[in-house]
Design a protein around this ligand. Structure first.
Ligand code: PAF
Length: 283
């Protein structure tokens, strides 16, 4: 496995691979790799000849009061995880390589896809994500790129961006990977103290509670959101950012449940903001 830090060296290696007829899969990450990332890399390795894992803590997707400085940086361990899962190249550029002096171009998906959910409490976040991912797509030019369903809104925003900009890249979305007790894997879980780690189970448990209500016949969105909020409020360390039942692709709020809906939530456990989601099916 190679560790490359510049766009030029990466492009040289990828040109060789392309000349040899090899397909390229990209797994964009911000590092602090966990089993969720490993599942993306394994999926990429199963479908592509060469897997590039980018490890880049993208400054433009963090708000001024967010955790950019504190975000875990664990390159040595990340390299071991990526190699084990089947990566051929780690692309780990300095900020100047992705955002060269004088750069002035942003990619912004406007409208309802980015206005609600995480977009409401993290203004500018998705603009940072789409800007960096479009740069990575142009740098790597992969056949396929891999993202986790844990970031359900990011998935829909990136699909919109890829379609609108005619990126000829297949976005391959992989299911949420959870710890044995249900907590969705996240690099931010490392911020949790042991007591907070236990309290964080309220997220996945509240999704299970919503599924239970739907199985019992509840179809009213507001009633489900209210019940989920009440459930989460039983945990003293939890502060709700949002709980919303939306259409799984346009992310528009739903009044009643029909076929498949997405229940998405963001909850602070102490100072750590965690997100989780699940599909609610009505037959
Ligand atoms: O999902 C993430 O880790 C990031 O938002 C991404 C897609 C790597 C862009 O920085």
């Amino acid at each position: 496995m190679q560790l490359l830090e510049t766009v030029n060296t990466l492009r040289e290696q990828l040109a060789l691979a392309r000349r040899a007829g090899k397909s390229i899969g990209l797994v964009p990450t911000m590092g602090a790799l966990h089993e969720g990332h490993a599942s993306l890399i394994r999926a990429a390795a199963a479908e592509n000849d060469v897997v590039v894992v980018s490890i880049f803590v993208n400054p433009t997707q963090f708000g001024p009061n967010e955790d950019l400085a504190a975000y875990p940086r664990t390159l040595e361990k990340d390299m071991a995880v990526a190699k084990e899962a089947g990566a051929a190249i780690i692309f780990h550029p300095p900020v100047k390589e992705v955002y060269p002096d004088g750069n002035a171009t942003w990619v912004d998906v406007e409208g309802p896809l980015t206005a609600g959910l995480c977009g409401r409490s993290r203004p500018g976040h998705f603009r940072g994500v789409t800007t960096v991912v479009s740069r990575l797509f142009n740098i790597v030019r992969p056949e396929r790129a891999y993202f986790g369903q844990k970031d359900a809104q990011q998935v829909q925003v990136l699909k919109r961006m890829a379609a609108d900009l005619f990126f000829d890249i297949d976005l391959r979305i992989q299911p949420i990977v959870r710890e044995a007790d249900g907590l969705a894997m996240s690099s931010r879980n490392t911020y949790l103290s042991p007591v907070e780690r236990q309290a964080a189970l309220i997220l996945s448990r509240s999704l299970a509670e919503a599924k239970r209500l739907v199985a019992a016949g509840e179809r009213n969105t507001a009633a489900i959101e209210k019940a989920v909020a009440a459930f989460i409020q039983t945990e003293p360390l939890a502060t709700i950012d949002y709980i919303e039942l939306v259409h799984p692709s346009d992310l528009a709020r739903r009044e009643t449940l029909t076929d498949t809906s997405l229940l998405a939530l963001a909850v602070r456990i102490g100072k750590t903001r965690l997100i989780d989601n699940t599909f609610l099916e009505v037959s």
